[in-house]
Design a protein around this ligand. Structure first.
Ligand code: GDP
Length: 455
């Protein structure tokens, strides 16, 4: 496949020690040659995988002093000829260098296009390319570890092994159906069954940890709800001020939503709609049940705060109803004032975990965090040799599992063998799509379109 030559700023757009403009494609060296002045050599004469000190020029204007590397196909990230200009890390100077490279004939890379090239050139499979983005956006040790494993091919290897087993079985079956005289299917079903059962078991193991794995890696979307004045704001502030908590503010999708994340060891809570909580102190009436309903619907976990020093009110009851079917922890706040009812009594009556806490002095919060770790199986998740965290992979594994189920049904009912080959091939194809085989171009574009600029 022949591609044009693309360029982008591959480092972050904040001032830093260095910043990198990456140029990739068949014309990379030719395009950069007149813009680069290295003592004693021209760029086309430069050795691959060496760093050269030189100047970046726009005509006669020196734009920057830089370290320049030429990487030759296929030994680069994209598997194409690549020139990396390691400039000073100022957004303006990098912008000027990029502009000059574009003027010389490169095209501005789309987000994720370098990685897309790596995939299209066969350097990374799709699961490995997706891991690159996971690694960049990781913010916990578990997320980083999982992404690196996936990038190094641990997931792909497992998927390939499962596909190889399926293909071997299907190939024999097809051959026997085409040429019954030379291939014997007697006893075939008995041999096939354990293979399919093992495959289904392996897939189920991967699926079983997928949901909690994703939450452990991305953070658990947590809603804090409660009627006015029970102490939501105080609790939130106590949590965010908690020992070793790291607070970041991520602008949410809607304008008035701010998501803050709380992190304690490997536990990451994405506290949704905290803007709503903060706002409630001045405008209590604005936080109605409707808003709580929405927050709850989107949450993975609900912390239902009540004023533990008082009996539950009707409003509290309405919130309990709202939380039905959601992972919920009841917090009896203001425990420092004395409790109207013990957490044990509430817990057994409501069939929900319940803790006494005090937003005022922080009592009880550590126990709540420990409960969350247990509810989301964080310890088990850390033990998993292979963690599937990508929703696309999860969906395809589910399809493969269903097809294997159909194949096993066919075996049970001794239905014609052609049914079997259809199901086995369906499972084979679904697994292949995890690696990027037979994936539609639109989907490829969508996946890489979510990558950041310059990656
Ligand atoms: P919100 O409306 O649910 O956000 O409640 P606030 O956080 O604004 O708290 C309402 C009132 O309860 C404030 O006066 C807080 O100081 C008080 N408060 C909150 N948490 C506690 C607590 O744990 N103990 C005590 N004694 N008072 C608290």
């Amino acid at each position: 496949m022949e591609f044009d030559t693309i360029a982008a700023i591959s480092s972050g757009l904040v001032p830093g020690g260095i910043g990198i403009v990456r140029v990739s494609g068949p014309q990379a060296v030719k395009i950069c040659e007149p813009l680069v002045r290295i003592r004693a050599v021209s760029l086309s004469g430069a050795k691959a995988n060496h760093l050269y000190y030189g100047k970046i020029l726009d005509g006669e204007t020196v734009l920057d002093e830089a370290l320049i590397a030429v990487l030759k196909a296929p030994h680069s990230y994209t598997a194409e000829d690549t020139v990396e200009l390691q400039c000073h890390g100022g957004p303006f100077v990098l912008g000027r260098v990029l502009e000059t490279v574009l003027k010389a004939g490169a095209r501005l890379a789309e987000p994720g296009e370098f990685s897309k090239r790596a995939f299209l050139n066969g350097r990374l499979d799709l699961s490995e390319a997706e891991a690159v983005m996971d690694l960049i956006s990781s913010h916990t040790e578990l997320a980083r570890e999982t992404a690196v494993k996936q990038l190094q091919g641990a997931h792909s290897e497992k998927i390939r092994a499962m596909r190889a087993a399926l293909l071997e079985k299907t190939a024999y079956l097809e051959a026997a159906l085409d040429d019954p005289e030379h291939y014997d299917l007697t006893g075939y079903a008995e041999g096939l069954r354990p293979v399919l059962e093992t495959l289904r078991k392996d897939i189920r193991t991967l699926l079983a940890s997928a949901d909690n794995g994703r939450l452990a890696v991305e953070g658990i979307k947590t809603a804090i709800i409660g009627r006015p004045n029970v102490g939501k704001s105080s609790f939130l502030n106590r949590l965010l001020g908690f020992e070793r908590a790291i607070v970041t503010q991520i602008p949410g999708t809607t304008r008035d939503t701010i998501e803050e994340s709380f992190r304690c060891g490997d536990l990451v809570l994405r506290l949704s709609d905290t803007a709503g909580i903060r706002e409630s102190t001045d405008a209590v009436e604005r936080i109605g049940i409707e808003r709580a309903r929405e927050t709850v619907r989107e949450a993975d976990l609900v912390l239902l705060l009540t004023d533990g020093s008082q009996a539950f009110s009707e409003e509290d009851e309405a919130l309990f109803v709202l939380c039905e079917g959601k992972k919920t922890i009841v917090l009896l706040n203001k425990a420092d004032l004395g409790l109207a009812e013990t957490p044990e009594a509430v817990s057994s009556r409501r069939n929900l975990p319940c803790f006494a806490v005090s937003a005022l002095n922080g009592d009880g919060i550590e126990a709540v965090l420990e409960k969350i770790r247990v509810l989301f199986c964080l310890a088990e998740i850390r033990q998993q040799p292979l963690l599937v965290t990508n929703l696309r992979h999860k969906e395809l594994l589910r399809q493969a599992e269903a097809s294997l189920g159909c194949a096993l049904d066919t075996l049970d009912h001794q239905a014609p063998e052609d049914f079997l080959t259809i199901d086995l091939m369906d499972a084979y194809r679904a697994l292949g799509q995890i690696l990027g085989e037979e994936v539609e171009e639109d989907l490829i574009n969508e996946i890489f379109g979510k990558f950041c600029m310059g990656k």
